[in-house]
Ligand binder design. Structure first.
Ligand code: SF4
Length: 481
């Protein structure tokens, strides 16, 4: 199992990565430009590959490739937009958590059956994908990739073939386990589907001349549109040029919204399940200041991830906020670092302190989370070299101690600095004068969603649905959906 950071960016490469972004558009105008703008807006959810599928003249055309959205879909493509013509389409950016990084694993996935073509963009992770793959293989269904999304597509295609579109969706959802927020095309029809626990976000909106489904609400702002609402956990919605139509909502006694969307993954200008991400991060910083105060001269964020929490900490504590670390926005996105020494120099290329803000000062250094801890250790070294008198590390989320099985690349316990350690052990290991993590109760209160309605499994090691070899919290009986 790959436990190396798949993004080798010296700052952000140490953060967990979300699986994907999904988008879809249907209207009375060409879908392609809306899909590109939406994918570019959601680039933070996946930088490994991008793809778009559109329906035109009774076929679905797909273009996809490795790289950022603007690398896969160039300005020249925009001028030649008719290659992906049509007024309905879906798009995807990917960061692999399930399946390898090969071209065959890039979304959207496409298959044809007696209803025509079906294409899917999926964010999340199907926890029973291996089992379903074996069952489908025994029924003669061929697979071209190692992706769980292809398993979901084949399950859907088989059920739709046998029972029709809506019954097919319902049957497939009954067999799928885990996290899935999807944009799906069946011929020229566009659907939005969210799993019954609502692990990953999914919203629908209106933009200019059509209707949109997207992973995050900020897409609607960028398209000069308006969010209509979140897709409900367990809900299938059909988007038509005349508006959205809720087709069914599977029973969902309790949800498991991913707490990490609020802490780190989602853009701060998004609103997820009626909770604004930016204000949540401010509240997390305020909570942190109350739970772990510090005698200090200045609060400095790890850029960019720690900004909002640092601002909250400064507001609550009354300690001055400063941008004491400058991030080079033009440093190469990928940087091959063969050993620890070159990792440090790569970090220096990316991050430089402002001496006057640090020298002789007692610094509160704030980040949103710590996964492996290497970057934090090096940033502390940079601050000390710049003359910091004390460095007090404050983390705007609790300690991560357990793997994620729902679409985030945190798969083994030995990749977490917190495994088997106390908070003080971690502080000593990274060279901090003191350290404090937001408590689980503080996190839940800051998100303002009930604890039982959130997924906090990577903080507790207890899972809301049964996962092989892990503790099950009984949050939701699988049989109920
Ligand atoms: S385990 Fe952690 S990262 Fe994964 S869905 Fe749950 S809260 Fe999110």
């Amino acid at each position: 199992m790959d436990i190396q950071p798949q993004n080798s960016d010296p700052i952000d490469g140490q953060k967990p990565n979300d699986h994907c972004a999904v988008v879809g558009f249907i209207g009375r105008t060409t879908a392609y430009p809306y899909l590109i703008a939406s994918l570019r807006t959601l680039q933070h959810r996946g930088q490994e590959s991008a793809g778009i599928a559109t329906y035109h003249d009774e076929i679905i055309s797909v273009k996809k490739g490795m790289g950022l959205v603007h690398e896969v879909f160039t300005d020249r493509d925009m001028e030649r937009g008719s290659i992906l013509g049509g007024e309905v389409g879906i798009g995807h950016t990917r960061y692999s958590t399930s399946g390898s990084k090969g071209l065959e694993n890039i979304g959207p996935f496409l298959v044809s059956n007696s209803y025509g073509y079906i294409a899917i963009s999926h964010n999340g992770e199907i926890t029973n994908a291996n089992q379903l793959r074996e069952q489908l293989k025994r029924r003669g269904v061929p697979f071209l990739s190692s992706s769980d999304t292809e398993v979901m597509l084949m399950e859907l295609s088989t059920e739709i073939n046998n029972h029709g579109i809506i019954a097919g969706f319902r049957n497939a959802v009954n067999r799928l386990r885990g996290a899935y927020s999807c944009a799906i095309m069946v011929g020229d029809r566009l659907f939005a589907l969210r799993d019954p626990m609502g692990f990953r976000p999914l919203v629908i909106g209106y933009a200019n001349e059509g209707y949109v489904v997207a992973s995050e609400s900020c897409v609607m702002d960028i398209l000069n549109g308006e969010k209509i609402r979140d897709v409900r956990p367990g809900e299938l919605i059909e988007l038509t040029p005349d508006g959205p139509k809720s087709i069914f909502v599977m029973p969902s006694r309790q949800t498991a919204h991913c707490m990490f969307e609020y802490v780190y993954f989602a853009r701060p200008d998004s609103v997820i399940d009626d909770v604004e991400v930016f204000q949540t991060r401010i509240r997390l910083g305020r909570t942190l200041a109350r739970e772990f105060p510090a005698e200090a001269d200045v609060v400095i964020p790890v850029p960019d991830s720690g900004r909002a929490q640092a601002l909250g900490y400064a507001l609550e504590s009354g300690i001055r906020y400063s941008e004491g670390l400058i991030k080079n926005r033009f440093s190469e996105r990928t940087f091959i670092m063969p050993n620890q020494k070159s990792r440090l120099s790569a970090l220096k290329l990316k991050l430089n302190p402002i001496g006057s803000e640090i020298e002789g000062k007692r610094v509160v250094l704030v980040d949103d989370s710590i996964v492996r801890g290497n970057t934090m250790k090096h940033i502390i070294a940079i601050l000390r070299k710049a003359g910091a008198k004390e460095v007090h590390v404050r983390v705007g989320s609790p300690m991560i101690i357990a793997p994620c099985y729902f679409g985030v690349d945190m798969k083994t316990k030995d990749q977490f600095i917190a495994t088997g350690k106390t908070m003080e052990d971690i502080g000593n290991e990274i060279g901090a004068d003191s350290i404090g993590y937001t408590s689980i109760d503080g996190l839940v209160k800051s998100i303002t969603i009930e604890k039982n309605s959130l997924c906090i499994s990577c903080l507790t090691g207890e899972y809301p649905v049964p996962v092989g070899g892990e503790k099950y919290s009984g949050q939701q009986e699988l049989e109920s959906f």
